[in-house]
Design a protein around this ligand. Structure first.
Ligand SMILES: [Zn+2]
Length: 171
């Protein structure tokens, strides 16, 4: 009975939530003008280590990147046809300055530090959140969030800075 063994990795993968990078159409716009209306100024990252929200990895020294203001909830809400009202906000994110390939792995990124998993309802209102300190506890935090039928979306964010890292959606 080989089939059940062969199926295992696939089955495990479907139980894991996926980190969503900034979508290519939004990246295209952000590379010209950011969500605060400022013209984007690319620069060469001499040090590396900037968390890139397009490829969901840290930059390597010498890569061309940009720091732009991004409004993840506003863009999600526009796609869903809902109005987040006062919950809309924007903040700084690093992206590649030019078109890039996106993430090359399904592994959950940026779990190397404690993060906030912030929950949102279908109409884009905040429904609380959870501090995640253990890299192994992210999946549990997502499962816990989506166990609440009112939760439609979560943001993984930096704790001290509050910066947006990526979005995870209800499957
Ligand atoms: Zn990239």
């Amino acid at each position: 009975m080989i089939p059940s063994r062969a199926r295992e990795p696939e089955a495990m993968k479907t139980t894991t939530y996926t980190a969503r990078p900034i979508a290519p159409p939004a990246l295209k716009e952000l590379r010209e003008t950011d969500d605060a209306g400022r013209p984007t100024s690319p620069f060469t990252d001499t040090e590396g280590g900037a968390p890139l929200r397009c490829c969901l990895r840290r930059s390597a020294p010498g890569e061309r990147i940009a720091l732009v203001s991004y409004a993840p909830l506003r863009r999600w809400a526009a796609e869903q046809g809902v109005d987040p009202g006062a919950y809309d906000e924007q903040g700084p994110v690093f992206i590649h300055a030019e078109e890039c390939a996106g993430p090359d792995t399904d592994a959950l990124p940026f779990t190397d530090n404690h993060r906030t998993v912030r929950r949102y309802s279908a109409d884009g209102h905040i429904l609380g959140g959870r501090l995640v300190e253990d890299p192994a506890a992210f999946d549990e935090a997502f499962t816990e969030a989506f166990d609440d039928p009112a939760v439609e979306l979560v943001h993984v964010r930096a704790v001290e800075y509050g910066c947006f890292y990526y979005e995870v959606r209800r499957r």
